[in-house]
Ligand binder design. Structure first.
Ligand SMILES: [Zn+2]
Length: 562
């Protein structure tokens, strides 16, 4: 077993009683009701995924897949400032819309999933507690519903909260934390800061993007009164070095200063997004790692999410949503596929689209498949190569002509992060880095990042041998448990919850991506499975055996430990 605390692995029996680890050592198997033989296998704590968006999915998929397929036994929902409580009747429709673009969760799937039987955050927690689950759940208070509940949507998108409104928000947060919420979350990417790549469903900034420093610091102060809570944030403020990629924007001095202030006010962990690598800017992640190390040395509780998997996104222009930092491209990627097609076909827009390009750019897009006779032969070609073959000077013209010819059905791919394995390997040793950012339940047409535990174990401990298994399971379980305020999970010690994975280290395999047509509302998603996990246990009960669900639902709502 590997204990999640970085102590050396050892051979031992683990006795489980009433969902908890009752004994570790030599245990007579005769005394047990059932025995799992783990000889030759690794037994480790289940992974704790602090960054997911299963808020709606939980209502149609009690296992929160794909995370649960990869050894995740506890998830945090309500991340990035998005979620469904608190919510007045009038707020419900908008809150569902608010996840459709930024997190790319289909509206129909959300609408069919949510029973809307709650209003306040404590009500929401009660609903979550009753909902059957195969994983444990922690719920963060998202900043957007909080702002909108107090100020109204229109006002929250227009101005800062008054001192009276801030006081009311603090009261609501206080009530939520007292009822067991694990903390609060916000995407705060100010328009024009270089990091505002993700906009609301109608193309405007989110209320949380515009929230004042005072609002966030007041809410951090509430957190300071509740031990074992945390803040999760993606922060990008105006006034920093915009650079030409978001990692740099996240790392400007103005952002660092504010994050440090937030963490010192909260006196609890602040989990910030994110460290990943971009081969065009290798200095960016190294700078972030250095700053992270310096925070740790100064006793400031800032913990980076480490975007540890090789994220490539698959997309079509029918629903692509990550060009939002360019106003001209944001405009043509809004609306229904027919509306988008009309805008992209309009010749009067072409010069503008050539001129004002999104940060993510076109150089690294691959045309996976074109269906049009004129372009079919450039399928499986990087866009710059396709442009050369087809005789285009402008990548933008080449790109638009292809997707328009295909009526936006061209299959496209773009690396989001970590396309250079050498640089990605530097992420294995980020001090106090939480491996992950699965965004589980979100971006499901584009990404399958929920597979990160499998990918990290394979890449970092086996194929490249960058860290030991002891280090790996601390990054996957022990450390996120600490940050999320869980004092009896994420580690294998007597008395801790029996959330365990049992797997074959040599045979662990990440399988190919698949398409699953299982979302409510007739929607589809991209999924990815693993093989090699023999047993996955949540609160002592087996949820998966050799990748097959047992259909047991032993997960619990984990209310803040007081
Ligand atoms: Zn998120």
């Amino acid at each position: 077993m590997v204990d999640g605390r970085r102590f050396p692995r050892r051979m031992a029996d683990i006795g489980i009683k009433e969902g908890r680890i009752a004994a570790i050592g030599k245990i007579e198997s005769r005394s047990a009701r059932s025995v799992l033989d783990a000889s030759g296998l690794i037994v480790a704590p289940g992974a704790i995924d602090t960054h997911t968006h299963y808020d709606a999915q939980l209502f149609w998929d009690s296992s929160c897949s794909i995370s649960s397929w990869h050894g995740v036994t506890s998830v945090v929902i309500g991340n990035c400032g998005f979620g469904f409580a608190p919510a007045s009747d009038a707020d419900q429709e908008y809150l569902m819309q608010s996840l459709t673009r930024v997190e790319a969760i289909p509206y129909a799937a959300i609408k069919e999933s949510l029973p809307w039987t709650w209003k306040s955050f404590p009500d929401w927690l009660d609903v979550l507690a009753r909902q059957p689950k195969a994983v444990n759940l922690l719920a963060a208070v998202p900043l957007n519903p909080l702002l909108i509940n107090v100020m109204g949507l229109a006002q929250a998108k227009e101005r800062h909260a008054t001192p009276e409104e801030r006081r009311r928000m603090c009261e609501l947060l206080d009530e939520a934390l007292a009822a067991g919420a694990c903390g609060w979350s916000a995407q705060h990417t100010e328009p024009g800061s270089g990091g505002d790549v993700q906009r609301d469903f109608d193309g405007t900034p989110f209320a949380s993007d515009l929230a004042s420093d005072d609002t966030m610091l007041d809410l951090a102060d509430v957190v300071s009164r509740y031990p074992n809570t945390f803040i999760q944030t993606t922060l990008s403020k105006v006034g920093g070095d915009k650079g030409n990629d978001e990692t740099t924007a996240f790392m400007s001095e103005v952002n660092q200063t504010f994050l440090e202030k937030l963490a010192m006010t909260a006196q609890n962990p602040v989990i910030w997004n994110a460290i990943g690598t971009d081969s065009r800017k290798p200095a960016a992640h190294r700078g972030a790692i250095e700053w992270s190390r310096s925070c740790a040395q100064r006793g400031i509780q800032l913990f980076p999410q480490v975007n540890a998997s090789g994220a490539a996104t698959f997309f079509t222009m029918e629903d692509w949503n990550l060009f939002d930092d360019s106003p001209t491209w944001r405009d043509v990627t809004m609306g229904s596929p027919a509306e988008r097609l009309a805008k992209l076909t309009d010749p009067s827009r072409r010069p503008g689209l050539r001129e004002v390009q999104p940060t993510r750019g076109f150089q690294r897009i691959t045309i996976l498949r074109s269906y049009h006779p004129a372009f079919e032969h450039v399928s499986n070609t990087l866009l710059p190569d396709a442009a050369r073959i087809l005789g285009y000077d402008s990548l933008v013209d080449c790109f638009i002509d292809i997707v328009v010819a295909d009526e936006l059905k061209t299959k496209l791919q773009m690396p989001l992060l970590n396309e250079d394995q050498g640089l990605a390997n530097e992420l294995a040793t980020v001090p106090y880095g939480l491996w992950g950012i699965s965004d589980g339940g979100a971006h499901t047409k584009f990404l399958t990042l929920g597979s990160y535990p499998t990918e990290c174990i394979i890449n970092f401990t086996r194929d490249h041998e960058l860290v030991t298994l002891e280090e790996a399971h601390w990054h996957l379980s022990g450390l996120p448990a600490y940050c999320a305020g869980l004092r009896d999970r994420g580690v294998i010690v007597e008395g801790a919850a029996a959330d365990l994975v049992v797997y074959d280290h040599q045979k662990l395999t990440l399988l190919e991506e698949e398409i699953a047509e299982d979302l409510p509302g007739g929607e589809w998603r991209r999924t990815r499975r693993a093989s090699g996990y023999r047993h996955i246990l949540v609160n002592g009960e087996e949820t998966f055996t050799d990748g097959v669900p047992t259909h047991r639902e032993p997960g619990e709502l984990l209310r803040r430990a007081s």
